[in-house]
Design a protein. Sequence first.
Length: 255
Amino acid sequence: MKTSKGVKRRRVEKDGDAVVATKLRKEFGGLVAVSGLDLSIPKGTLYGMIGPNGSGKTTAIKMIVGRLRQTSGGARVLGEDSPLSARLADIGYMPQEMAIYTDLTVSENLQLFGSLYSMEREAYIKREEALLSMVDLSERRDSLVSQLSGGMKHRASLACAMIHDPEVLFLDEPTVGVDPELRVGFWQNFADLKARGKTIIITTHYMDEASRCDIVGMMRQGKLIAEGRPEELMERTSTSNLEDAFLEYSWRDSV
Ligand SMILES: Nc1ncnc2c1ncn2[C@@H]1O[C@H](COP(=O)(O)OP(=O)(O)OP(=O)(O)O)[C@@H](O)[C@H]1O
Ligand SMILES: [Mg+2]
């Protein structure tokens, strides 16, 4: 059921769900950052979360991956309640802020992340090569992260989140500062992962990227105000792009 005040839907967890959030809420002092978020994301979905600065995307993801304690409500990933333990190795998380070691090289960072997941040497070597190629850092594998450009640091961080080939990948603005040519390559890679049954939850401010997702969730003031396939969201608002669809849903939510 959809109402004009946010998306209200009875969430019944199914075996096929990779991520479920139930009435997930976070308050920082008097500020409500996430206000009763309900989500159910089937396995094998490329899910795009969009919304203006401060709408609660990062806070929601942090709670789902267990990096931030919720005020109330809960989240499950692959059937386990967050914070995860048994399924921790099955998820990858690229935070919005820099979360790799700047005093290590790109390759050392990848090795560190690989060792956290007890990867076998042979699998690791193949994976490192493929990921460095994907993020176009093969030539810079021995450079200190501190000596990379901003976009390159971001690309290295994405590779670290993906090193163990996780089942569910949370990517918080993975393409910020990345040049257009590489962004195209990234999206091709996300599509390949999805084709292999992986689930990807991604936040973005680029509407062309959002329109490549299977399902888009629109956040506003800590709530999901609309959710659906990109073409559905446009059709329901009689708009021809997701930006206008978002504005229409925002307006409906505010009246
Ligand atoms: N640690 C914190 N302490 C206090 N307030 C916080 C904290 N983290 C986030 N907030 C607040 O929570 C709200 C949601 O922030 P959040 O980072 O989740 O938004 P966002 O949708 O990810 O924004 P952006 O698009 O800028 O990344 C904002 O008002 C923010 O200032
Ligand atoms: Mg954010």
